[in-house]
Design a protein around this ligand. Sequence first.
Ligand code: SF4
Length: 241
Amino acid sequence: METIDYDALKKRGFLRQKQDGFFVLRLKMPHAVFKKEHLDGIVKITGDYGKGFVHTTTRQGIEIPFIRFADIDEVGKRVKSLGIEPGTSGPRMRTTTCCPGNNWCKSGLVDTFSIYDKIENKLGLRCGMDLPHKFKIAISGCPNGCTRPQVSEVGIHGQVDLASSEKRIGFTIYLGGCSGRTPRTGFKLDKIFTESEILSLIEKVVGFYKTRAKPKQRLALLIEEFGRDKFFKEVGYDSNL
Ligand code: SF4
């Protein structure tokens, strides 16, 4: 009998279903923007290989359920040819979520799509990156926080710096939040960051987590183990600022 490497399939976005022999394919796109050609292709795939419907995920992706194991390679090829990216599961970086920000939301203060691109392409912090446990980044364009930055490992939102004379626009960051069975609100750092400062901090936080966390230890618990102030020091943030 063929041995199935379920973890390898997870990395490709195919997750085992409750129903024996079926897999749900998790898909994502940068900025959570699915274009017409992507949607047309997804409709075709669910018609040919699924049951004619999709489910939208809480991390702004699309899932196609009821794919048979025997069809996985063909479905994978079709998805790739459409330019759609697989989502993931397990101990990895999850899809970075982002709201529209100032691309079209009237409340948007910052370009969330541009920050997303810099996190993925400049910092190389991409969905699927192996880590000790799940790790979520959420980007919101304003303090309304529609992507719930407060309950993500790293959550940022645009913010007007009212203390600056020119009412500069920058970023607020939360670290160590999570949802799940033991939800926690992340620590809100007491500073409005510039774009380059925020990117540098995110890179350091993920680097620190990758090298110091134990398997299955989420960032919230790593911070608890280290102590908040020691953790801040490790990632180069001066809490006295
Ligand atoms: S967080 Fe702000 S910018 Fe983003 S969708 Fe919500 S209201 Fe709009």
